[in-house]
Design a protein around this ligand. Structure first.
Ligand code: PHE
Length: 475
């Protein structure tokens, strides 16, 4: 038997239910929704992707949301706010604590490349205001990006610009984390999420209504939308498409890392989780499926054509928006163009920061609870570790380090953790107790067939995805 540490002196909590849902939605809604989803869709055949994606959402995403939220609240009841000890409260065998520690490191590893991506959005807000893109043609916009990430030879005028913005971004994250949950993370989400929806709806409208021959566009918005949304049933037979779909669902919902557990551990004992989990999860899907598919692809396809977009996403996928969008904006004139650039990259920035803050929470909770570190010390140590682990993604971007992180930390690790926690929840803790935890205080009647799904379908799909990921990369 293991001894549990004394319930913590950690007194953080969420300010309000709205704040909690926005923070959780902010956690989920991120660069994954706007940059990763469209690129995954393009790489996996457009319409071919949508069906496995939706199936993975319903059979793995939704169950994992309920599992993670209820585990988190359960751990919080016992005074724990970090994954190792939250898992420990469900089963005392020390194996689960190691799984929890693995989860903390996954968060740190994902943050290490994610914060770099986030720092691009900061830099592009700056360059939009500075008018850097005004008057550039499509080729110049694309090569600006290539120079930017080729750190050593940056010709953007600022030496080591990519490193500087990465640092700034980490400082900002550390500072907000040090302000705590309701005073920092929740506030950031309350400001960021509404702005993001506002900018998002505006840009989605521009994407959908794009017209061939107007504003320099070659194709209308419907060309890209049809490409993305025409379902192809034969894709169901392709394992590669399934892996990519499952990976995207985990990434976008932020499941399989323990972040949700940590957030949910601050929910009070009697509060609902069933409905809250669905509110945040479906808000994420709305942003991903509606806004995420109406902006980047229709606009990029409109200006470059489907073939060129496929070609661009094959090499350095996540950079697509940085290579194309500033050109579109510059078509709208200096002033409106600058405004649109700030709106788009600002949107990405808000989406990104509310997610990277979430990645800091498991480490923060662990240090505060188990080592009695102060918030400031915990936040600072997170910033420093992410800086050290993140620098290789900045300095060796062109050598593919960034994509390696995205594959191992951002895809494979999530599947491993998700599989472990599902077994813990449904088989070790047991579905009878588990089902009670999910429904305790629920403001939503959870369909009872999900009891069956969580025990028999989710774990086996996860095994299938895991084995598949060993056989070959999802990309
Ligand atoms: N869900 C976030 C996104 O879509 C990424 C994320 C993953 C955040 C894991 C927290 C934990 O960008």
């Amino acid at each position: 038997t293991t001894t549990t540490t004394s319930p913590s002196t950690n007194t953080e909590s969420w300010g309000s239910r709205v704040g909690l849902i926005l923070a959780m939605a902010g956690n989920a809604v991120g660069l994954g929704n706007f940059l990763r989803f469209p690129v995954q869709a393009v790489q996996n055949g457009g319409g071919a992707f949508i069906i496995p994606y939706l199936i993975c959402f319903l059979l793995m995403g939704v169950p994992l949301l309920w599992i993670e939220w209820s585990m988190g609240r359960f751990g919080g009841k016992h005074g724990h706010h970090s994954t190792p000890f939250i898992l420990d409260t469900m089963d005392r065998r020390s194996f689960w604590k190691y799984i929890g520690v693995f989860g903390i490191f996954t968060n740190i590893a994902v943050a290490s490349y994610y914060c770099y991506l986030e720092s691009w959005t900061m830099s592009y807000v700056f360059h939009s205001v500075a008018g850097t893109f005004a008057g550039m043609d499509q080729g110049q916009v694309a090569s600006f990006f290539e120079k930017y990430v080729d750190v050593g030879v940056s010709t953007t005028g600022i030496p080591y610009e990519a490193v500087i913005f990465f640092l700034l971004c980490l400082i900002l994250n550390t500072w907000i984390l040090s302000k705590g949950l309701s005073g920092g993370v929740e506030k950031a989400a309350k400001i960021g999420m509404p702005l993001l929806i506002l900018f998002g709806v505006f840009l989605a409208y521009k994407g959908i209504t794009l017209q061939a021959g107007k504003e320099g566009a070659l194709f209308g918005g419907s060309v890209g939308l049809n490409f993305l949304w025409t379902p192809q049933f034969d894709s169901l037979a392709n394992p590669k498409v399934w892996l990519a779909a499952a990976g995207q669902i985990f990434f976008t919902l932020s499941v399989g890392m323990g972040t949700i557990q940590c957030y949910a551990s601050y929910v009070s004992k009697k509060d609902d989780i069933a409905l809250n989990a669905m509110s945040a999860g479906w808000m994420n899907e709305f942003v991903e499926v509606v806004l995420g598919s109406a902006i980047l692809i229709p606009i990029s396809v409109g200006y470059l054509g489907i073939d060129r977009v496929i070609e661009l996403t094959a090499s350095g996928g996540l950079g697509l928006g940085f290579r194309t969008m500033p050109f579109l904006f510059s078509q709208w004139g200096t002033f409106i163009g600058a405004f649109a650039g700030v709106a788009f990259f600002g949107l990405l920035f808000f989406a990104g920061i509310t997610s990277s803050l979430a990645m800091g929470t498991p480490w923060m909770g662990f240090m505060q609870d188990e080592f009695k570190w102060t918030r400031e010390k915990a936040a600072l140590s997170f910033g420093i570790i992410v800086l050290i682990l993140g620098l290789p993604t900045v300095l060796f971007f062109n050598e593919g380090v960034f994509d390696e992180y995205d594959y191992w930390a951002g895809t494979v690790s999530l599947v491993v953790f998700a599989l472990a926690e599902t077994i813990l929840f449904a088989w070790v803790f047991g579905m009878t107790k588990g089902w009670k935890e999910i429904n305790d205080g629920a403001d939503l009647k959870v369909p009872s067939f999900y009891k069956f799904v969580i025990k028999w379908i989710t774990p086996f799909l996860l095994i299938f995805v895991f084995v598949g990921s060993l056989i070959g990369p999802a990309g």
